[in-house]
Design a protein around this ligand. Structure first.
Ligand SMILES: [Ca+2]
Ligand SMILES: [Ca+2]
Ligand SMILES: [Ca+2]
Ligand SMILES: [Ca+2]
Length: 518
């Protein structure tokens, strides 16, 4: 049982390009954590028409943020509904989540298989094989050069605790469960063991993550003021299609912190096991660590007493903490931001085509209410609801409408367009009324006109129709018929004959020319 609050408290003072951070741990009571849950992952129906997947990781039963049964004295179901979400998706190895922090324990037994690998880079040959500007960056990069070693190994502890929340190896019968079981974590080390950055390491690290395929970039440090280089790096990554998920801070006030408060970033506040604001006592110093709040915050996530991975060797955090362990229970928005990053990883896994803004909108619109007088964003993140939103049938586009133009007997144009409610791109199909169709044309943006032409070879009246389908393959109704009358049959050899005839006798056959529209 957890009978103490322990906090991973970060406070940053930026002085030029160096930052100072205070990290405080209480005495660790990890030794008391145990579980006997060893069964295989099971899918079963809860009687509420929801299937759940329960992984066999022994500490899963204590991860209230994933499934809250009241096991820590909180409110049952004040959680992200992870077991329900895992019945829909457990994450794709194609989705990379970068952690811009102190690096990661690359050999941690509950992380080792989920560390991103740059397969275009040959390790240890001193050559930048993939020509991305970084030598031997086959497992992310160390931007601090603190020990002449390019490996982004965590010498502080902070990045490793974030990693486990996002993508600890899950259903592997050891340790904890991650949120995105199969997503890959990209270690981008921008601060050293003493939580000091060098030069532009933080800004370069954000750009590196975006340039090397990260769909989600998780950041859990805070600048008290906007920094132009930071803002530029954030906007660069957003432009590249990455979703930035950042900790709001633990400052117990509504003052904006950066990068969380930037427009193109999801700012994450912290909640506890009863969906109240995170207000955790750090008992070592008797300091309260309370989540930042305010109208600049986007979403809330569990951040108090979060069971996660910690380095399996000595790091500077241990100097406060006392000893090395593979796991710990910690509090802070440092833990809340990775919860949202992990859920974003699941959403990207299910729909890799989504833009970062679309994923942010899905997460916010499908959150749960929290119980706090402080504004902590639109709601507390819920993985199941977010994935169910993607499961929902997209609304089909409206039937196309259009205009016609052209010369009967020659090319005749039909221009149609329609609107897709979801704003998805559209394809159009024309039925020319003679048994032929145009095939699917596109894609076109919603409401962008599509023009197609056709020749009818047989005399008669035809009913032309068009329909649209969106990128999910959902088809509209047919348009109203757009009739056309062919006054004569149009044989292929005829135009060649007439062309020759009219070229030879340019001033003759005026009546014939008029009749057939030449
Ligand atoms: Ca639940
Ligand atoms: Ca390289
Ligand atoms: Ca190399
Ligand atoms: Ca595990």
């Amino acid at each position: 049982m957890m009978n103490r609050h322990k906090c991973y408290f970060i406070a940053i003072v930026m002085i030029s390009s160096t930052m100072t951070i205070g990290i405080y741990f209480s005495e660790n009571d990890f030794a008391g954590a145990s579980s006997h849950l060893t069964k295989k992952p099971m899918t079963y129906n809860t009687g509420l028409l929801r299937n759940v997947v329960i992984p066999n990781d022994p500490f899963f039963s204590q991860q209230w943020a994933l499934q809250n049964t009241g096991q820590t004295g909180g409110t049952p179901d004040a959680d992200i509904d992870a077991p329900e979400a895992w019945d829909i998706d457990t994450g794709s190895a194609e989705v990379v989540i970068a952690i811009i922090d102190s690096g990661i324990d690359l050999t941690h037994p509950d992380l080792v298989d989920n560390i991103w690998m740059n397969l275009d880079e040959i390790p240890d040959n001193g050559i930048d094989d993939d020509e991305n500007g970084y030598v031997d960056d086959y497992q992310g990069y160390d931007f601090t050069f603190e020990d002449n070693n390019p490996y982004p190994l965590d010498h502080n502890g902070h990045g490793t605790v974030m990693s486990g929340v996002i993508a600890a190896m899950t259903d592997n019968e050891i340790g904890i469960s991650g949120i995105a079981w199969n997503c890959k974590i990209m270690p981008v080390k921008v601060v050293d063991a003493n939580w000091t950055s060098k030069g532009d390491s933080i800004f370069d690290g954000i750009r590196y993550a975006a340039d090397n395929g990260a769909k989600v970039i998780c950041i859990a440090f805070a600048y008290p003021n906007s920094v132009s280089k930071l803002k530029d790096a954030v906007n660069y990554a957003h432009e590249k299609g990455a979703l930035l998920v950042c900790a709001a801070g633990n400052f117990d006030n509504n003052r904006k912190n950066y990068p969380a408060a930037y427009d193109n970033v999801i700012a994450v506040a912290g909640t506890d096991h009863s969906d109240h604001r995170m207000e955790a006592l750090y008992d070592f110093n008797g300091v309260w660590v309370n989540s930042s709040y305010g109208d600049w915050v986007d979403i809330a996530a569990p951040g108090e007493n979060i069971f996660t991975t910690s380095p399996s060797y000595h790091v500077t955090s241990c100097d406060t903490w006392g000893y090395e362990l593979n796991y710990d229970i910690l509090s802070g928005t440092t833990l809340a931001a990775p919860v949202v990053a992990g859920v974003a990883g699941l959403v990207f896994s299910k729909n890799p085509e989504y833009s970062p803004d679309k994923v942010a909108a899905v997460l916010k619109a499908n959150s749960d209410p929290y119980d706090s007088p402080y504004y902590l964003g639109m709601g507390r993140v819920n993985a199941y609801k977010a994935l169910m939103e993607l499961n929902a049938e997209p609304e089909k586009p409206a039937a196309p409408e259009g205009t016609t133009s052209g010369k009967v007997g020659n090319h005749y144009n039909y221009t149609v367009s329609t609107v897709d409610v979801g704003g998805d791109q559209l394809y159009y199909l024309f039925d020319w009324g003679d048994g032929n169709t145009s095939g699917w044309l596109g894609p076109y943006d919603s409401n962008q006109p599509c023009t197609a032409s056709y020749n009818w070879t047989e005399k008669g009246t035809y009913e032309i129709k068009a329909k649209a389908k969106d990128v999910f393959g959902l088809e509209s109704e047919w348009s109203d018929p757009m009739p056309i009358t062919m006054p004569y049959s149009y044989y292929k050899p005829l135009p060649q004959f007439l062309d020759i005839l009219f070229q030879r006798f340019p001033n003759t056959f005026p009546l014939l020319r008029q009749l057939i529209g030449y």
